[in-house]
Structures are given as structure tokens and as C-alpha cells.
Design a protein around this ligand. Structure first.
Ligand SMILES: [Zn+2]
Length: 57
């Protein structure tokens, strides 16, 4: 899906996509990327050591 002039930085066209970390939208003009889903936030918390591994397993 694509949103015309949806970029908050440059008013460029924004493309919606998805990868292993979740959904995101990225500007085609300036590359500005915004995460839409929570999965990526959870992953970064794990990376920062916010959760002990014992609790996860
Ligand atoms: Zn932009």
C-alpha cells in the first residue's frame, strides 16, 4: 500500500511494508522510516536486556 505525500519530514510518498520485525512505512523520497507494529519494539527491548532470558524461556 502507498500513501501519497504522507511523509512528516518531506511530504514525500510513503510505502507501507513488512519484514521480520513487523510492519513499517518508509518514505520513497527521503527514506524516513516509521515502525507501525509492536514486534520491533519488543525485539529492541530484548536487545537492550530489558527482559531476563529466564523469563522468556
Ligand atoms: Zn520523506
Amino acid at each position: 500500500m502507498m500513501r501519497l505525500k504522507g511523509c512528516p519530514r518531506c511530504q514525500g510518498d510513503v510505502l507501507y511494508g513488512q519484514d521480520i520485525y513487523g510492519r513499517f512505512r518508509q518514505c520513497l523520497q527521503c527514506g524516513h522510516l516509521v515502525d507501525l507494529g509492536k514486534p520491533r519494539a519488543v525485539v529492541s527491548k530484548f536487545a537492550a536486556g530489558a527482559y531476563p532470558c529466564e523469563e522468556v524461556a
